[in-house]
Design a protein around this ligand. Structure first.
Ligand code: ADP
Ligand code: MG
Length: 454
């Protein structure tokens, strides 16, 4: 057995022990360079890959080699950047992607018929532990539209890649089936606006016809549809019409169906009858892979240390991560300088500065007053005007919810009121949050302004 074959057999075993995306990222382009006196020398295409593989997969690799040849006692790693033998060979796919880097404008060209943005593809969607199930389901759906996993419900926090995945599915369906299928992507807000417009203009039939001709309907951020009765009703009918005809329905949300407080039961149970998957927050490894991927796409380069700094400092949100990376690359290009880890840290802390984590009661009162457009004095006054009592109750609710202040303190703070008033306000708002989407949204906005959003 020559070295190449030997390594191929070892890789086959290694592949069983680590996740597919990791294998593809780190080991596909590795080679066995030497096997001599009990030492196996494995090459990786760059320093970064070498360090990574050395620390993470050393044991697995040694085990696999020893299974094939007991005389192997030790593995060492080296960097060989040999493009011609395929070490970092470009596939036609990523060449096309790199070249489309010139077509910067096409990144923003949303197809008006499908509402799909060609920049979000499944091939640029990096797979890791937190999203591999969602990704696998996406692939299955594309193969067997409408049959498998219907409806498909993806949920997850802000910036974890829901829109990217949904758009990627849409683009892939379009590529695969071309004009044979009609795909449409809409945000639930857009759907809502269309329904409102149609109602006003007595054109509901147009909407019905339009949506019922679709083969794959993708609705992003469905949580905003809850509580908007007519829109939800219309969506429900569209849903049923499509579903009964085996058309594919794909939805995303920030939470699972049973936690969308305002969603009607019948729609909720429809979603629960399909496939529900979550996308979690990315782990360190996925962040590293995504950063590398983004850098490559922009045909730029950053040192491994800087990549590590970005992955460790940006906690969960991949949109934030992209923003930080763009800023660093921009800095690098305009200043024509290499980025040191220290500079990266500086840029990151400037970008990610949170409004304030030490919130005090006055800040809450101030933000509530601003959001409702009332004056601070009025908010804490004794006046019982209706336009004041509602924001006042929200302020009390937030003082309790965010700062866990005592009811007597809250009553005193908001216009020298009795503690029972504060209790009543807290309970009333808590209860209404589950029934009233608009109120829910308002409270979330206020929390976000306070830097307490997720
Ligand atoms: P969400 O819709 O969940 O809020 P997005 O889909 O808008 O998140 O993702 C935020 C950003 O992160 C986008 O620019 C997206 O392309 C990028 N992104 C998210 N997940 C991935 C991934 N797995 N691979 C590559 N880029 C990703
Ligand atoms: Mg989104």
């Amino acid at each position: 057995m020559n070295l190449q074959e030997f390594w191929k057999n070892a890789l086959a075993e290694i592949e069983l022990q680590i996740s597919h995306p990791n294998f593809a990222t780190w080991l596909k382009s590795s080679q066995l360079v030497e096997k001599n006196e009990g030492v196996a020398l494995v090459s990786l295409p760059n320093n970064f890959a070498k360090n990574w593989v050395e620390t993470k997969y050393h044991k697995i690799i040694l085990g696999a080699l020893r299974n094939l040849d007991e005389t192997v006692k030790k593995v060492e790693f080296t960097v060989i950047n040999n493009q011609s033998n395929g070490a970092i060979k470009k596939t036609p796919e990523n060449i096309a992607e790199n070249e489309s880097g010139q077509l910067v404008f096409s990144e923003f060209e949303v197809d008006p018929e499908t509402n799909l943005n060609p920049k979000y593809t499944l091939s640029s969607f990096v797979v890791g532990r937190s999203n591999e199930l969602a990704h696998a389901a996406a692939l299955a759906i594309i193969q067997e539209m409408g049959k498998k996993y219907n409806p498909f419900f993806v949920y997850g926090g802000v910036g974890v890649g829901k829109t990217h995945l949904l758009q990627g599915i849409g683009n892939e369906i379009k590529n695969k089936y071309q004009d044979k299928v009609k795909v449409k992507y809409v945000t639930s807000e857009k759907f809502l606006n269309e329904v409102v417009w149609a109602m006003r203009n007595k054109r509901m039939e147009t909407i019905k016809e339009k949506y019922r001709l679709i083969d794959a309907l993708i609705i992003d951020d469905i949580q905003f549809i809850g509580g908007k009765q007519r829109t939800e009703e219309e969506f429900f009918h569209t849903f049923n019409a499509l579903y009964q005809n085996n058309k594919q329905i794909i939805v995303s949300s920030d939470k699972p169906p049973r936690f969308i407080p305002t969603l009607q039961e019948r729609l909720r149970s429809r979603f629960e009858g399909g496939m529900i998957v979550d996308i979690g927050y990315p782990d360190y490894e996925l962040k590293i892979n995504i950063i590398k991927n983004m850098i490559e796409k922009k045909s730029s380069a950053l040192s491994d240390e800087v990549v590590v700094v970005i992955a460790s400092k940006v906690q969960k949100n991949l949109r934030e991560l992209e923003g930080v990376l763009n800023k660093i690359l921009f800095y690098k290009n305009t200043k024509k300088t290499e980025i040191s880890p220290k500079m990266a840290e500086q840029i990151i802390s400037e970008t990610l500065q949170k409004p304030t984590l030490n919130i005090n009661p006055n800040q809450i009162i101030k933000v509530v007053a601003e959001v409702f457009g009332v004056s601070l004095n009025d908010l804490v006054s004794r006046s019982r005007k209706k336009e004041l009592t509602h924001p006042r109750q929200i302020a009390m609710y937030l003082l309790r919810e965010v700062l866990s202040l005592s009811y007597p303190f809250i009553g005193e703070k908001i216009g020298k009121r009795d503690h029972t008033t504060a209790i009543y306000a807290y309970e009333k708002i808590s209860e209404n949050l589950n029934k009233n989407a608009e109120l829910n949204q308002k409270v979330l906005t206020i929390k976000e302004l306070l830097g307490k959003g997720d």
